[in-house]
Design a protein around this ligand. Sequence first.
Ligand code: TMP
Ligand code: ASP
Length: 240
Amino acid sequence: MKGSLLYEGKAKRVYVTTDDQERLVLSYKDDATAFNGKKKSEFAGKGRLNNLITSKVFQYLHKQGIPTHFIEALNDTEQLVKRTTIIPLEVVVRNKAAGSITKRLGIEEKTRFHPPIIELFYKKDELNDPLINDVHAYHLTDVKEQELTFIKEQAMIINEQLIALFQSAGLELADFKLEFGRLPDGTIVLSDEVSPDTCRLWDIKTGQKMDKDVFREEIGSLIEVYENILQRLEENVCAK
Ligand code: TMP
Ligand code: ASP
């Protein structure tokens, strides 16, 4: 059963469970933020869509043999997960240039990266989540060299699997962000969410942006786009 609130983030609330201290309930909010919280809004139904999309994606990853913190969706907006201690790193994988890398390095949007680029950002709101390197990560977090190698290998495998998943839904995966956490026994597993909030997805036929860029750039209806992603995944994941 859902217990008391443990933590509130920008997009989710985290609750303890009263019957098992190794499980948590994640409750997805309708809030949308961008640019480190400087741009904010609320979209009725967004929490449900991100919960259901993340649940589909994590179920698919489990079928591909990727361990994650996900246990099950409990209802429209909540999911049961294994308790992890999040490693405060944002692991970004880029197949095509978009967002911060276009501005930081002057690379034109849609430029292909082969092999994909992995970037690490330090999760620290007060510092605006700065880009860091591996040695910074060893200094700033408890992650060890072998563990970071494992995390990057996992990120590359997950990238291949997500590319295939979204491709079958008519979507190109330009980039995405992952977070990893430690289970009580120290094992590192994929945690947090995989949703249009944390991925850039482009319609293969039209090139239309179908993710949080719709909100960042004010170029359409976020709910319509997220609803469309869920529908496409429901049609395709079932077949996988
Ligand atoms: P970026 O272009 O802003 O660096 O973002 C790269 C990818 O990571 C993009 O798919 C959005 C995602 N992302 C998050 O999920 N959370 C964040 O806080 C940031 C900065 C990016
Ligand atoms: N999600 C982050 C924030 O709320 C940044 C972003 O995705 O643009 O600040």
